[in-house]
Design a protein around this ligand. Structure first.
Ligand code: ADP
Ligand code: MG
Length: 341
């Protein structure tokens, strides 16, 4: 007995969820599937198609499977009135996370340095009002923020510069003992100043280290900055992934492209036992979430002692230990971004 459409659907549903749009049973044991696969990389798409085919072909009396993939539905764009482009800046990319401490700044900084290393003009805007630590990670002196006159005689903020990256940070404006609750309302004004009254010059990429979470601070920023897209950083833990999903939904609801997910602290290789690998925070969460939410998994970064040390010392790992596993993963993520945006 050949399977019915309901049988085939039942086999594919656990694999595809609502990405399975239609199942048709043709003559001669041929099954035609229609899938909806928005925004997944080609390799991932091919893998899914392959799995669907294999699953159906394993059923009795099925001779062939045809797969058609439908184009993604495009979300409504965000109104652009308050988000005029920043003159001279080509692409603004947000690095975001559902919660703090997952490595958002580490990824932002190493991404910026890698892109600069590839020959791009790069800036980084540290907009994390809760913990603006980009200056430390880039080995920059906090005191050195200068106000200069531009060619029209207006006062503009001059970014700090190190490792080929220009940088402005909320840390320049926030007093250390100022409560975070006071910072929120100031955020919009500060961001606008750092975007539009700063001497960024010509930039291919401006990376924005966003405040963590999906609260007001994030929303204010997303609405103030003309973003090309967002990168979501998460660890493989369930709690962290749950927050990452929320963040992703927020960007998608605003019609902003999510460029992909970066899974940080994916696994730990002990320096004295390089043959071992420990999944400290669980494993595979990032790729599962990426698949489920139909965005690319940009890369997985292992937990490495040198990565933390580099952050504390102000030398990003892509420069201090370029051959380490995490540096390689970070560089690859930068290459993917440069290909996509
Ligand atoms: N893959 C990693 N391996 C080792 N340490 C890491 C890794 N990612 C981040 N860290 C460290 O964890 C801490 C938090 O990272 P950070 O980038 O500041 O997170 P966030 O910006 O999300 O709060 C920092 O001390 C950083 O050096
Ligand atoms: Mg940070």
């Amino acid at each position: 007995m050949p399977p019915t459409v309901a049988d085939i659907t039942a086999h594919l549903q656990p694999l595809m969820g609502d990405r399975l749009q239609q199942v048709q049973l043709k003559d001669n044991g041929i099954v035609a599937l229609t899938l909806s696969l928005p925004a997944v990389p080609a390799t991932e798409r091919d893998r899914l198609i392959d799995r669907c085919k294999k699953t159906v072909l394993a059923l009795p009396e099925i001779r062939d499977v045809w797969v058609r993939v439908n184009a993604p539905a495009v979300a409504d764009p965000v109104p652009t009135d308050s988000r005029q482009p920043v003159p001279g800046v080509r692409h603004i990319i947000a690095v975001s996370s559902g919660k703090g401490g997952v490595g958002k700044s580490t990824v932002a900084v190493n991404l910026a340095v890698s892109l600069a290393d590839q020959g791009f003009q790069v800036g980084i805007l540290d907009a994390d009002i809760y913990g603006p630590n980009v200056p430390v990670m880039l080995g920059m002196d906090l005191a050195k923020v200068a106000v200069i006159k531009n060619e029209r005689g207006e006062d503009v903020v001059k970014p700090a510069f190190n490792y080929g990256v220009k940088m402005l940070s909320m840390a320049f404006l926030i007093e250390r003992d100022q409560p975070v609750t006071w910072r929120g309302p100031m955020l919009n004004g500060m961001i606008r100043q750092f975007l539009y009254q700063a001497a960024w010059g010509t930039l291919d990429y401006l990376i924005v280290d966003m405040p963590p979470g999906t609260g007001d601070a994030q929303l204010t920023l997303v609405q103030a900055v003309p973003l090309a897209g967002a990168i979501i950083v998460t660890t493989p833990q369930n709690v962290s992934l749950l927050d990452a999903r929320k963040g992703l939904k927020m960007f998608q609801n605003l019609g902003l492209p999510v460029l992909g997910i970066v899974e940080n602290m994916s696994y730990f290789i002990p320096p004295d036992r390089p043959d071992r690998q420990y999944d400290i925070f669980g494993s595979g969460g990032g790729s599962k979430t990426a698949l489920e939410l139909e965005v690319p998994l940009l890369g997985c970064i292992p937990l490495e002692i040198q990565l933390r040390e580099g952050g504390d010392r102000g030398v990003p790992i892509v420069l201090s230990h370029p051959t380490s596993a995490s540096a390689q993963a970070l560089r690859q993520i930068a290459q993917r971004i440069a290909h996509t945006v």
